[in-house]
Design a protein around this ligand. Structure first.
Ligand code: ADP
Length: 483
């Protein structure tokens, strides 16, 4: 089975968000289970530098704006996954990040830059590919690659041959909030038929939407959890695309992301003071004590310690946590929070910590080691996100025996089982969160029951192998449907 995995980011080469983690982990996991998955990335300077050695395999002509490109080949670092890099200095050799310049402004020609990537992907997936290798499935990820299914659809249409249309495409949404919306003036630069600028096409309220193009033209759609796949078809979380997603419901599936089970393994984690395993979780107590010391909390083993790690944005529901902080403290609990983001939320977090010295502590900033220490030292982990496509921290918490309390949304709903591995509440309100916190406070002193819940979580399997098998089955269905 051959799969071309087209993405704009992949760790360790280039990262701005979770898409990079998935793109760096899923292709190697697919490789492990026998899929010849190859990654296509734009030739950002960081990618060209780090992916050395690269060699040229062919040139691509006829990209949007009469552009030509060199296609380079190497391997995704740390894996055996073949990597194709689209080298177009005029488009990708820029200061700043993949989407913005060094001053934080979007590059003015992003529509063209990602049309190039999408068109290249479609060419490599078509019968006319210049490579000696052709994918059975073209897998596109997020808006940056959203035009690729449209190009495949229209490829050869003017000659009536439809050469590209035999390769099925899959579009995965990692974050529906980013849709790649551009004014209609970009249309001539995209090299798509003018007729595609329509409701039944790539038009979105008078603009062009790259993500919508993918959602409309791809044969298969997916997102990063089954619950989120349902939620994005509803008005509350559909972000304007719920109508289209509802019409494509039969082709929309949710596949949970995995986690890096080497980086996040309490049995071998070098970032925590004391390793521990599900079989002997007693050493977790040492981690708790060291966390209390580091954060200036009273060193008290019997105080239930609640942890939180999050980007401090409205999505993550920190206001709900702050609303129950006093209740936690009054019941003898402690709270530690790590994160950075909106200044107002950061300040509210600081204020709450200042009000309860020794019982509430925070660190405002990004600190990888502390994030591991919070997972290892906490008894309970709070994740009351208003929405969460997949979420990683609740999976880390389960593995580290920090019993999660989560809002029943997206991947949180799919990974935490209420009363078995954690506590799940159904309305993002302080009252509903408090009722879940109370349940945890009541169970915590009943040691055998608490330990059972911890161990149930620690035994869960969130490896990428699991996810890779689900993607492979979806690819197979697409291939079978074509036949
Ligand atoms: P999101 O991708 O929406 O931020 P996730 O739970 O999926 O949420 O992933 C967040 C990741 O970023 C986790 O690995 C988490 O530990 C990490 N993280 C977030 N904020 C911080 C921080 N301030 N310091 C260290 N790690 C952080």
């Amino acid at each position: 089975m051959n799969v071309l995995f087209c993405t704009s980011e992949a760790v360790p080469l280039i990262k701005t968000g979770g898409l990079a983690d998935v793109s760096g982990a899923l292709p190697p996991a697919l490789h492990e289970i026998g899929v010849d998955c190859r990654v296509l990335l734009p030739g950002y300077p960081q990618v060209l530098d780090m992916a050395e050695p690269l060699h040229q395999v062919c040139e691509l002509h006829g990209l949007p704006g009469h552009t030509s490109a060199r296609l380079l080949q190497g391997v995704l670092p740390g894996s055996e996954v073949p990597l194709y890099v689209l080298d177009i200095p005029a488009a990708y050799d820029r200061l700043g990040g993949p989407y913005q310049d060094e001053h934080g402004h979007d590059h003015a020609d992003n529509a063209w830059r990602f049309a190039l990537l999408a068109k290249a992907a479609a060419m490599l997936a078509s019968e006319a590919t210049p490579l000696g290798w052709r994918p059975d499935v073209l897998h596109c990820n997020d808006w940056q690659t959203g035009l690729a299914p449209a190009y495949l659809h229209f490829m050869g249409a003017h000659t009536g041959t439809h050469t590209g249309s035999h390769t099925p495409s899959m579009m995965t949404v990692h974050n529906l909030a980013y849709q790649g919306i551009f004014p209609p003036e970009v249309m001539p630069r995209l090299d798509l038929p003018p007729a595609s600028f329509a409701v039944n096409g790539i038009e979105y309220y008078g603009n062009v939407s790259f993500l919508k193009a993918g959602l409309y033209y791809a044969n298969q759609l997916s997102t990063v959890s089954p619950t989120y796949a349902r939620e994005i078809q509803q008005d509350t979380l559909g972000m304007g695309l719920q109508g289209l997603l509802r019409t494509r419901s039969a082709q929309l599936t949710g596949i949970l992301n995995g986690i890096d089970t080497l980086d996040w393994n309490p049995g071998i984690d070098p970032l925590i003071p004391c390793a521990y395993r599900a079989r002997s979780p007693g050493d977790k107590r040492t981690c708790k004590q060291r966390l209390q010391e580091r954060m200036g909390l009273n060193v008290q083993n019997d105080a239930p310690l609640f942890g939180l790690i999050a980007r401090m944005t409205p999505q993550k529901g920190l206001d709900l946590v702050l609303a129950v902080a006093e209740g936690i403290v009054n019941r003898g609990g402690q709270l530690v929070m790590l994160g950075t983001g909106d200044k107002l939320i950061e300040q509210a977090v600081r204020d709450t910590a200042a009000k309860h010295p020794g019982q509430v502590a925070c660190f405002i900033g990004y600190d990888e080691a502390l994030s591991h220490q919070i997972e290892a030292g906490s008894d309970v982990f709070l994740m009351p996100s208003r929405f969460e496509p997949c979420g990683l921290n609740q999976m880390y918490s389960l593995r580290y025996g920090a019993v999660p309390i989560v809002h029943a949304t997206g991947g949180l709903n799919d990974t935490v089982e209420d009363g078995v591995t954690g506590f799940v509440f159904h309305h993002p309100t302080p009252h509903a969160l408090w009722l879940a916190v109370e349940q945890a406070l009541e169970l915590y002193p009943i040691k055998p029951a608490w330990k059972r819940m911890m161990l149930n979580g620690m035994k869960q399997d969130f490896s990428w192998e699991h996810s890779a098998k689900a993607y492979k089955a979806t690819y197979q269905n697409l291939i079978d449907a074509r036949r």
